[in-house]
Design a protein around this ligand. Sequence first.
Ligand SMILES: [Zn+2]
Length: 329
Amino acid sequence: MGWEKFFGHAATVDYLRKNIASGKFPHAVIFAGTEGIGKRTAADICAAALLCDNPVDGSPCGVCESCRLTAAKSHPDFYIVEPEANKSKTRLIKIGQIRAMQTEAALRPINSERRVVIIDGAELMNNAAANCLLKTIEEPPSQTIFVLVTANLSSLPITIRSRCITVHFDRLPPAQIQDALIARGAEFDEARRLSVIAGGSFGRALTLKDSGGAQLREDAFNTLEKISRGEFNNEDIFTFGATVAEWPRDRFADFVIYIQKILRDVYSADVSEPLNPDLSERTAALNISEQKIFALMETGTTFHRRLKSNASLRLMAEAYLMSLRKIFR
Ligand SMILES: [Zn+2]
């Protein structure tokens, strides 16, 4: 796969292609940007082009032996480090993974002129792993290129950031995402809703399209409306808890975020661009005092943070709604 199928980020792609074509691709680079924005795809295309025997204008040729090996995920000079889940299901990159990578990265390339190492989820390196990587990035093996991919640049140690060139993948404008969704067969209204809630990420828009993300925001809005009108009884709460118990944790996290964004729109309707412009009328109709909004948002923040613990999702969902309800009483 080459750049022709890569969506958006024209200036960034142009910069990367020029650097690949001129042989000036940095030895250590960080691709930073929100989840689903395309940074890993871009890293994969860069790797393919850097390993390719006959790259064309910074793009992999797609037909040489190296390209075929890359496509088959068996190129001996292409190394990928990704977070692994530990016993408590926390995803981490451990020092052992970095050491194993270093052993390979120090060897001469086998098939191509160079080696490429992608470290995806680089912010999930623990301290030991980050320190271990730092040594390699300070004095990188001359034939090896490191691409660190991260959705949370500020979580990477400054020592690592300062030794890498950072390439930012900015959020895409909603109109661009909307057009691309329509081009992929989405209905106009659905494309508009998804482009708004995708937060500038086309990948996220596609995920939301497949997973009913627009419906989740609708559910969040309905729940907040009902609670604000005092219509959410205990039975509703337990029914909700039973539903959430079946969800992945991320989905409930998204639900909380949707409520936070709706509250933020209610609070700052007059002073800033709404996060949910397509819901403006309904947001305006939500009559919630400023004091309550702050209390509600604080509750959301607390529960969103607690989601990182191992507490039962069902109990947490119920406690969250009870806390919201209490604020209206
Ligand atoms: Zn090739």
